[in-house]
Design a protein. Structure first.
Length: 483
């Protein structure tokens, strides 16, 4: 099922708390999280452990918590709903900006994604809410803002207020009454360390003195001369590019031949169809459906193959698969999710469509992102103890290794290079190697994602080489809809 309002509130609080940490710190202390949510530390710890089991957070006892890529995306989408609702209530419904935060806190959990996208379109795809907070896009990506606070901006220099980082109603009314809302042009005239105060000159040369705590909550951008703009813009672009390169991939778990180490998110089912046609006219198709079992830690799937060999065609051996998410990906470690499959003898061994006996398969997939590249590597084996090979009972044991690199050319356009080697044992053990360049692309529609792709596998082994074309289609969607 989809995340509850409690789960969404926890993810959002962790997202905002981690974002406010000092550079070099990545774990939000549990005490800060409990205070932000208004719950007891023990209650927060219990909930965080549940989120960790679901693969949404990374929890280190006695240290703190941070979000996994999956949790970060969910949290960003909650913020997207919240901030678009705030802007809608101000611009369309006419509510005051100091009143909309509490309303959005309630509505963010019940509006549909379809309605949110319609609001976004109606408002002209805004980048910030009424308080200047950035609005994540439909993929959960946040555009980076370059800003300083009134405590760090230059003195006696025109600046424009861009963001107010405190949602307290009384504070927002104070800001409004003194013309310090986003969009206002002001100057900081003096900072007095002895009295912990900042003197600001604003609209109509009005002067106001505010405390340093309040000053730190007002973010501004400085009006630069051309030379400064050129230098700082270059730096900002480099920083933004770095942030863009490190953002989570918009498409994952959609490789063709090399398994990725990502289980399905809770409440989401994936349907995968692939077909390969070789240069000798033979073809093989397969349908796979992946289901999470209560959480992202456990996944069940099945694979239904269909093969055409020219003189025979029909169902192949069906696979029943279980995969365990042992490790979720962090900045320093790859994701790891070993899979065990039972091979059912549903294909005709007489026609070469199956092995004629129960077998099993083990695969150990790892996955790690590095900027705009994703790397995946596998190792495992297939074992059919009493396979029927040409009417002869044979103990088939086939080990394999595989690796792939995926380059994010654009958010929804990826180039793939996959390779794998297996050592089937027929009369003698042989080596068969395959390399496959390809691409994948896709689009999102509400909570659903469609991915299509093409690969060009080239295989060699046993003294021959074959070429093929592989077509891929995936449709991923929640099996419960948001109310």
């Amino acid at each position: 099922m989809l995340p509850s309002s409690t789960v969404e509130n926890y993810l959002k609080a962790i997202y905002l708390g981690v974002g406010a940490l000092s550079p070099g710190h990545r774990l939000l202390p549990m005490g800060q999280l409990a205070a932000a949510l208004g719950v007891a530390p023990g209650t927060a710890t219990t909930m965080v452990k549940t989120l960790a089991e679901s693969g949404l957070v990374e929890y280190e006892p006695y240290t703190g918590v941070t979000l996994t890529p999956a949790g970060e995306k969910l949290a960003a989408l909650v913020l997207r709903r919240h901030r678009l609702i705030e802007l809608f209530l101000v611009q369309v419904m006419g509510l005051r900006w100091a009143e909309v935060h509490d309303e959005a806190e309630q509505l963010e959990h019940v509006v549909s994604d379809r309605l949110i996208e319609r609001i976004d379109e109606m408002l002209g795809h805004p980048e910030v809410d009424p308080h200047g907070d950035p609005i994540p896009d439909s993929e959960g990506t946040v555009k980076q803002q370059e800003a300083q606070s009134l405590m760090t901006c230059p003195l006696n220099t025109p600046v424009t207020v861009t963001r107010v980082v405190d949602q307290d109603r009384l504070f927002l009314r104070f800001i409004e009454n003194h013309h310090l809302k986003p969009g206002e042009s002001i100057e900081v005239e003096e900072r007095d360390a002895a009295s912990d105060s900042v003197r600001v000159r604003g609209k109509d040369q009005q002067r106001i003195t505010i405390g340093t705590r309040a000053a730190s909550k007002l973010l501004v951008q400085t009006a630069r001369v051309l030379v400064m703009a050129l230098g700082l813009t270059t730096s900002a672009l480099a920083q933004t590019a770095g942030t863009e390169r490190s953002r989570p991939f918009e498409i994952t778990d959609n490789s063709f031949f090399v398994e990725e180490a990502f289980n399905q998110e809770p409440g989401v089912v994936q349907n995968i169809f692939g077909v390969i046609i070789t240069d000798d006219g033979e073809w093989e198709a397969a349908f796979t459906q992946e289901w999470p079992l209560f959480s992202q830690a456990h996944q069940f799937s099945y694979t239904l193959p269909y093969t055409s060999l020219g003189n025979a065609s029909g169902i192949g051996d069906v696979l029943l698969n279980y995969r365990l998410q042992v490790l979720t990906e962090t900045g320093s470690r790859p994701a790891f999710s070993p899979r065990v499959s039972v091979i059912l003898p549903s294909g005709s061994s007489r026609d070469g469509l199956g092995n004629g006996h129960v077998g099993w398969q083990v695969n150990l997939p790892f996955s790690k992102q590095s900027g705009d590249m994703y790397f995946h590597w596998n190792a495992g084996f297939t074992h059919v103890p009493k396979a029927d090979v040409g009417g002869v009972e044979t103990d088939l044991f086939t080990p394999h290794v595989a690796a792939s690199g995926i380059w994010r050319l654009k958010p929804m356009l990826h180039l793939l290079l996959e390779g794998f080697v297996e050592w089937p044992e027929l009369e003698d053990r042989t080596t068969v190697g395959t390399i496959s360049p390809g691409f994948r692309t896709g689009w999102n529609s509400g909570d659903a994602q469609t991915v299509i792709g093409v690969g060009l596998p080239i295989s060699t082994g046993g003294g021959s080489t074959s070429f093929g074309v592989f077509a891929y289609f995936s449709y991923e969607l929640p099996f419960f809809t948001r109310p």
